[in-house]
Design a protein around this ligand. Structure first.
Ligand code: PBG
Length: 357
């Protein structure tokens, strides 16, 4: 089924001309030296004075991989997004490279039979993510690959870390995440992205990478990651929404906090993060702005699954123009100070930007 992507509201509403006494106004115009609308008169001038512009270089495209061959499975809560078998993920990586998208992010849908208490499949050098990295690096060597480091796609309880008596263990989890990062680096991952929010994981991962000789592998830390309702559709995609016991509020941040985000970011920078991420995106643009202004680091935001789903759902209902909402929301990230955005809209945006050239 073709996905309808909304329609312009203006076309439906139309404009009713306003009656005005033109003669009176011409006799007695407003005495304005500054008229802001001069810079908005036409497309060329709007283009000329525009402060922030979205470019294909700003995009990181998250992909979901699954077992199988030549197969794709749609994710109902993320219209237009599919889980892909590795060969299909390679096709999409090729498409991304052709569109000049600089980087893709890989997330596995792990076979439930392979999930256990400790997420041991995360350390299997032949797991889905590692196989996908290998296949993509072989056929599309020019594209960057980012991988999440966290245990949730691999644990039977859906948490990002090791669970004992209802508590997520910090230091024990970090020890496992360090190994997971090494396994991914070994497979050829370019950017390790710890998304688990354990304390001290960035430093531990940096030390482990360096002592194993992976000094060129980067770290983009999910530095300010909030315990958010907007991750719902992602959990459908990786198959953790049904299995997740409880919530992630003992490790992900409280949505009411802002100063705390600066402390988190400061720690991750001190521990060796090359790039910083704020997550979710649009509801946390104030955090993006503070982080960028305070640290002047390469700063990214994740326009998460729920944000994507909201725009898509409204567009499919004809309640807003999906195409414009997509560009407007992504431009807002740039305006807030982002150097780039992880977004499920990436290929659609890249295609649109290419057409405009
Ligand atoms: C796993 C992880 C999550 C997301 C990225 N990595 C979910 C979570 O923390 O529960 C969310 C991404 C999205 O919603 O698009 N640690």
């Amino acid at each position: 089924m073709a996905i309808k992507f909304g329609r312009p509201l203006e076309r439906k509403i139309g404009f009713v001309p306003v009656e005005a006494d033109t003669n009176e106004i011409q006799r007695n115009p407003l005495d304005l030296t500054v008229r802001m609308r001069r810079n908005r008169r036409s497309e060329w001038v709007r283009q000329m004075v525009r402060e922030h512009v979205l470019a294909t270089d700003d995009l990181i495209w998250p992909l979901f991989v699954m077992d199988g061959h030549n197969s794709r499975m749609s994710v109902p809560s993320m219209p237009g997004v599919e889980r892909l078998s590795v060969d299909q993920a390679v096709r999409e990586a090729e498409r991304a490279a052709k569109l000049s998208i600089p980087c893709i992010a890989l997330f596995p849908y792990t076979d439930p039979k392979l999930r256990d208490d400790t997420g041991s499949e995360a350390l299997n050098p032949d797991n889905l993510v590692c196989r996908a990295i290998g296949a993509i690096k072989k056929e599309v060597p020019s594209i960057g690959i980012l991988c999440d480091v966290a245990l949730d796609p691999f644990t039977s309880h859906g948490h990002d870390g090791l669970l004992r008596d209802g508590v997520i263990l910090n230091d024990e989890t970090v020890a496992v995440l360090t190994k997971q990062a090494l396994v991914q680096a070994e497979a050829g991952c370019d950017i390790i992205a710890p998304s688990d929010m354990m304390d001290g994981r960035v430093g531990a991962i940096r030390r482990a990478l360096d002592s194993a000789g992976f000094t060129d592998v980067s770290i983009m830390s999910y530095a300010a990651k909030y315990a958010s309702a907007f991750y719902g559709p992602f959990r459908d995609a990786v198959g953790t929404s049904k299995t997740l016991t409880g919530d992630k509020r003992t490790y992900q941040m409280d949505p009411g906090n802002s100063d705390e985000a600066l402390r988190e970011v400061a720690l991750d920078i001190a521990e060796g993060a090359d790039m910083i991420m704020v997550k979710p995106g649009l509801p946390y643009l104030d955090i993006v702005q503070r982080v960028k202004e305070t640290f002047a680091m390469p700063t990214f935001a994740y326009q998460v699954s729920g944000e994507y789903a909201m725009i898509m759902a409204a567009a499919q209902n004809g309640w807003l123009d999906g195409e414009r909402a997509m560009i407007e929301s992504l431009t807002a990230f740039k305006r807030a100070g982002c150097d780039g955005v992880l977004t499920y809209f990436a290929p659609r945006v890249a295609e649109k930007l290419k057409q405009q050239q």
